[in-house]
Design a protein around this ligand. Structure first.
Ligand SMILES: Cc1cc2nc3c(=O)[nH]c(=O)nc-3n(C[C@H](O)[C@H](O)[C@H](O)COP(=O)(O)OP(=O)(O)OC[C@H]3O[C@@H](n4cnc5c(N)ncnc54)[C@H](O)[C@@H]3O)c2cc1C
Length: 461
């Protein structure tokens, strides 16, 4: 079978790998020059061969079994490092460590004694109990609510309520105001009070304090995945922008890309649904196009990230949620508080991350304007910060960075089988109830590869 795949992110590459392994003739079309999609990287020094850094901060969790298995399969298992870098919250002008109390201990023998418990539920519970911006009773309620979500395995029970309603009712108003509302607002802006509870459930239920990263960057994983597809006879056409999809009279699928036409028995599209609808145009019934582009369909926020290369450390913490009002970005992520600066020629790398509506004015500003607007706010976190610390900066933007997960989300998802025969659609929005992540795109990719296999087996009798 000739299979075309649109998108060389982790989803498209996973489908490609499984199908080349099964003997299909596979071509992947990726418009970017590097594989990895939203998890793609760029050379963070002037040397084109790296070191590479993700345009948007990335790590995985110990529960991310699907991607862990794939990282092992492509031979990078020994490069996957697990750490408990400090994860903190900035509230009332102070930094509070939220993931671990034991990680903060300075007395070395005691720290060594408690190491096996570092990152455990007990450790996190103690850290939460030290979060002063809410009352002791409020902390207890928050901790108990979090424990319930950790142990509740059936998210369906929570599917008819919003995260805002549920958390205020069960975790208390003060924890909601100080912790959860800022989290929801940071990710979903004005839609913060419409987000379905299963989304919040998955963050408590599925995430671990241990964070995993491929030493040298996820870029190495994407290159290995790309090479594994090519080694089995697949083709990955990087820098190739698909501009059209249509059915042929013979029941095949025609893809237009870079002025050329390619015919396939089957096509898997991994782009966002609205991009698929643009590419297929009239080949799709009007009712389908309207349904999945109407104001009632699934919306996305765009991702925006400034990366600063500093000549010194900005903060001890790796991940800092900014839960005080007035910041023009939602979180600070100091990558080199997690991985050593020596991996990046001594640079200290700090992300200033944001999710925003696609028409937000920030997207029309120049990179220099954005950086100049953001800098004064860094002093709120580290008063010693000075712009002379900055050696370089980058600004990265991506449309469709975060699907908005409202109640009834699942019913708004298009089915994988599209109205065009032999064209399947599977994209990041199909990840539910979990917050999107590389792991779930791998899982979806494995599923789509099996769907193709079953369809082929049925067709051949
Ligand atoms: C700010 C941010 C932080 C994140 N942090 C994490 C994290 O810490 N951990 C984690 O696991 N995940 C994280 N994610 C999510 C993760 O990046 C995604 O879940 C994952 O990369 C999605 O992969 P995908 O293949 O499904 O989609 P995508 O990566 O979006 O792949 C789709 C591909 O299609 C290509 N494409 C689109 N149109 C065309 C066309 N016309 N022709 C050819 N190609 C086309 C795109 O270039 C893209 O490569 C983060 C995402 C963002 C935005």
């Amino acid at each position: 079978m000739k299979l075309g795949i649109i998108g060389g992110g982790v989803l498209g590459l996973t489908v490609a790998l499984r199908r080349v392994q099964a003997g299909d003739e596979v071509v992947v079309f990726e418009k970017s020059q590097v594989p990895g999609g939203l998890a793609a990287s760029f050379p963070v020094t002037d040397r084109p061969d790296g070191p590479y850094l993700e345009k948007f901060y990335h790590h995985i969790f110990q529960t991310d079994k699907d991607i862990i298995n794939l990282i092992n399969e492509v031979g990078l298992g020994d490069q996957l490092e697990w750490k408990t870098p400090p994860t903190s919250t900035f509230r009332n002008g102070k930094v509070y460590r939220m993931d671990s109390a034991f990680g903060e201990i300075k007395f070395k023998p005691l720290k060594a004694l408690l190491r096996p418990l570092t990152g455990s539920t007990i450790d996190t519970a103690i850290a939460i109990m030290r979060f002063k911006p809410i009352s002791l009773f409020g902390r207890l309620r928050f901790g108990l609510g979090g424990a319930y979500l950790k142990f509740e395995s059936n998210y369906q029970r929570l599917s008819q309520t919003t995260a805002a309603q549920w958390s205020q009712k069960w975790m208390g108003k003060s924890a909601y105001e100080a912790i959860l509302k800022p989290l929801l607002t940071a990710k979903f802006g004005k839609k913060y009070d419409q987000i379905a509870m299963p989304w919040l459930w998955s963050r408590f239920h599925e995430r671990t304090q241990f964070l995993g990263y491929v030493r040298g960057g996820f870029h190495r994983f994407y290159i290995k995945l790309y090479e594994a597809v090519v080694a089995k006879g697949g083709e990955v056409r990087l820098g190739t922008d698909v501009t059209g999809i249509k059915p042929t009279k013979e029941g095949k699928v025609l893809i237009s890309a870079d002025g050329q036409e390619f015919v396939f028995d089957r096509v898997v599209v991994t782009t966002p649904t609205r991009v698929f609808i643009q590419l297929a145009g009239d080949a799709l019934p009007a009712v389908y196009r309207e349904r999945y582009t109407s104001p009632n369909s699934i919306e996305h926020y765009s991702a925006h990230c400034v990366i600063l290369s500093l000549d010194r450390k900005f903060m001890e913490t790796y991940w800092l949620n900014l839960n005080d009002p007035g910041f023009p970005f939602l979180a600070l992520v100091e990558h080199t508080s997690y991985m050593p600066p020596s991996d990046y020629d001594g640079q200290h790398l700090l992300y200033l991350g944001n999710y925003l509506p696609p028409d937000h004015p920030l997207f029309s500003k120049s990179d220099e304007e954005v950086v100049a607007e953001f800098l004064p706010h860094l002093k709120r976190v580290n008063p010693a910060f000075d712009s002379s610390w900055i050696k370089r900066s980058w600004v990265w933007k991506a449309p469709y960075g975060q699907p908005i997960v409202t109640i009834g989300y699942k019913d708004k998802l298009p089915p994988h089988q599209t109205p065009i025969p032999n064209v399947l659609l599977a994209n990041m929005a199909h990840v539910y109830p979990q917050d999107r992540g590389q792991n779930y795109s791998v899982r979806l990719g494995e599923k789509i590869a099996r769907v193709i296999w079953r369809a082929r087996t049925n067709a051949s009798g």
